[in-house]
Write a protein that binds this ligand. Sequence first.
Ligand code: IMP
Ligand code: MG
Length: 171
Amino acid sequence: MSKLKILIDEKTLLEKIDKIANEINKDYQSDRDLVVICVLKGAVYFFTDLTKRIKKDTILEFMKISSYVGTESSGEISIKTDLSLDIENKDVLIVEDILDTGLTLVKLKEYLKTKNPNSIKIAVLLDKKARRTENIVPEYACFEIEDKFVVGYGLDYDEKYRNLPYVGYLE
Ligand code: IMP
Ligand code: MG
C-alpha cells in the first residue's frame, strides 16, 4: 500500500497564495477588465483562494481542457468547456494547478491569443521545472517542486484525492 505524505500543508499554501495575490494586486491596477480563468478541475481550490484575495473587481471564468498525452502525442489540447464571454481587450490571468511539460499552457495561451485580449499572464500553484519541454515561464508561481507526482488541493490521481486540503505525494 502506498502511503500519502504531506508535501505542502494548508497554512503554507495559504501564506504563499496571499503573497502571490499581493503581487497580482500591484500588477493589475488599470481600469481594464480582468478575467481570471480557472483551468478545471485541478486549479479549483487555488483559483478560489487566489481570487478571493484579488482586490480589483474580477470576472471569473472556467475552462475545461484535456490534453492528449500518449506515445503518439499530437501535442494538441481539446477544449471541453470554452469561454463564456468575450475577452477582447481585457487582461487575462490563467490559473492552473501545475506546470509540468508546459504543453497544456502553451496551447491554451495560443488559443486565447486568437481572441485578442490585451494581455495574458499565467499563475500556477506548482511548478515542476525539471519536466519542462516547452518554452514557457509563468508570471506567478507559488511553489517549485521536484519531479514527484503530487495530489490534493485540487490535484488528482485518477480523480482521487482532489479534496485534500494540502498537497501530498504517494510513497
Ligand atoms: P503539462 O501540459 O505537461 O504541463 O501538464 C499539466 C497537467 O498535467 C496539469 O494540469 C495536471 O492536470 C497534470 N499533472 C501534471 N503533473 C501532475 C501531478 O504531479 N499530479 C497531478 N496532476 C499532474
Ligand atoms: Mg490540470
